[in-house]
Design a protein around this ligand. Structure first.
Ligand SMILES: CC(C)(COP(=O)(O)OP(=O)(O)OC[C@H]1O[C@@H](n2cnc3c(N)ncnc32)[C@H](O)[C@@H]1OP(=O)(O)O)[C@@H](O)C(=O)NCCC(=O)NCCS
Length: 163
């Protein structure tokens, strides 16, 4: 295991993590829905979404924390029930690390924990979307960790909000 990742703890998220998670999302810089919001509004939104996740209780959010208490990354998996599957499908909607914490084995630690959770829940499979233009796709992050790309499905979205 990489030295940096061995010092990182993967733990369940807490509502008090909202300020650090808001700064992490601003640092990632990809999300158009957040562009018109102040940091306080983003923090309030993260707090609200964490509450929603806790109420739904059909999802797991994990954070990667260094020994000094800094959150350097997080992931969320939603456990979906489908009538045509023998067990839940885990949808990995978020997996983000701060730029300085990438390439040190922490993403792999989070994925390993997600797979262990999926096995413990009797899940059928996990799935995610990965932009082909992203470095993670081009460097084969998921395939190196045992995930298979499906080329037989198209991905559609319906834009309810234009934000
Ligand atoms: C993708 C991501 C979660 C991977 O976690 P990580 O801790 O950086 O990756 P690990 O160190 O565990 O694994 C190493 C592998 O990750 C990939 N990787 C390493 N650095 C990376 C970087 N800066 N950006 C993207 N992928 C990277 C490579 O495939 C690497 O293998 P290689 O060294 O043989 O090329 C992380 O880099 C990240 O948050 N990137 C930006 C956000 C993102 O793309 N999220 C995924 C959306 S689907």
């Amino acid at each position: 295991m990489d030295k940096a990742s061995s010092a990182v703890t993967i733990r369940d998220v807490r509502e008090s993590d909202a300020p650090q998670l808001a700064r992490l999302l601003v640092g990632i810089g990809w999300f158009s829905a957040l562009k018109s919001m102040t940091l306080e509004e983003i923090e309030a939104n993260v707090q609200h979404q964490l509450g929603e996740l806790a109420r739904a209780a059909r999802s797991s959010t994990l954070v990667a924390e260094t020994p000094d208490g800094s959150i350097v990354g997080y992931c969320t998996v939603h456990w979906l029930t489908c009538l045509f599957l023998p067990g839940p499908e885990g949808y990995l909607s978020d997996l983000f690390l701060l730029p300085d914490s990438r390439g040190k084995g922490i993403g792999r630690l989070l994925l390993d924990r997600i797979v262990a959770d999926a096995e413990a829940r009797g899940a059928h499979r996990l799935m995610l979307l990965n932009g082909r233009h992203r470095e993670s796709y081009q460097r084969g992050f998921y395939t190196k960790n045992g995930w298979e790309e499906r080329d037989s499905f198209a991905n559609f979205v319906y834009r309810v909000s234009r934000a």
